[in-house]
Design a protein around this ligand. Sequence first.
Ligand code: HCA
Ligand code: CU
Length: 402
Amino acid sequence: MPKSDDANYYAHIYNDSRRDNKRIRILDSTLREGEQHPGVSFSVKQRIQIAWMLDAFGVDQIEISPIVSADHFEATKTILKQGLKSDILAHVRALKTDVDIAIDTGATWVATYMGISDIHLATKLRITREEAKIRALEVADYIKTHGLKARFTMEDASRTDPVFLVEMCKEMNERGIERISIPDTVGIMRPRGMYNIVKMIYDNIDISKSSIDVHCHNDLGLALPNALAGCEAGADQIHTTIDGFGERSGIPALAETSVALMLIYESNNKLRLHMLKDLSKTISDYTGLETSESKPIVGDSAYKHKAGTHLAAILRNPSAYEILEPKTVGNRRKIVFGELAGKNGAEYLLKLLGLETDHHEAETLAHGLKELRMGDVLELYLDDRLERKILNDGVLKLKAEE
Ligand code: HCA
Ligand code: CU
């Protein structure tokens, strides 16, 4: 797009995303990691509905755990029968008995996980590294003799001895395990750390046999930057959940991940971004947990404009303070009038109400709004209908901001 038409033109040049652009896939784990969030539990029907929506949205893989309860087993089985385009992964512990349950659901993809850091081996599994390796490889062979596609998760990878981590990844790679998941289970990585760990594995395996997933936790608010850094080092799939739910502070949100990938990473995904607000709404209806209004992309304030200086510019061209048209992600633009509205905002408000006005009256109103000390007095959607009205009526004869 020529620079004159695209307010984001130079930003895209700084981002330099075209240089290494490759398609980065999305695995959504709302039905597995998401259900591990305090207060989140879906019914079988809701799980099926969520799977349909995620599939329609266009994620590459959907993960669900059939071992949690009879209900989960039922949901996994039913979802597998829907003939969705997304791969459905049955997520289980690296135990043959768990793999058997995954097989019973009819799954063709099995994702197993094992905590391989010293602390996980000592406190959770209470086995040695050698025992862990034997168990993991037996399970991998077991899955492969059943002709299934597989992912193996090196749980707590970011706190695992690199020698052991690489050794385990190489073994899985030699066995033709299609995907290796490298999680930052406790959310302690910085982006460069995630880059380093993925690069180390990428350089040590035959990448034509296994691809790498990144699963990053958000304990320091760095889940998405870390996951993206992992992709710059060679991973090609990011784990997300709708609204970022998961253990503790969760993992990257589907909305932020998909928009970042398509808008600023120029990853060639076919995602129905306009479903994002609805996906978020569905999850908060099902969980009863409210979506924070300041949440990027899907929050109610994500496209609200308030300060007088912002209003003045937005009313002329929303690109002044927006990186995308809110309706492309199913959200709506709002303008807020109150003590920060300023002369321009007040003038616009008066004209909108059909009151012929001059600059002086607008100034008086702006002053009045400030004096009221009532914060935000009025909020209006500013989308198609109102925008057309503005253009037709020429309401928008705003003075340049002084
Ligand atoms: C878990 C651990 C996990 C696994 C991630 C994965 C993690 O809760 O089972 O399988 O890719 O964060 O390590 O979510
Ligand atoms: Cu996790």
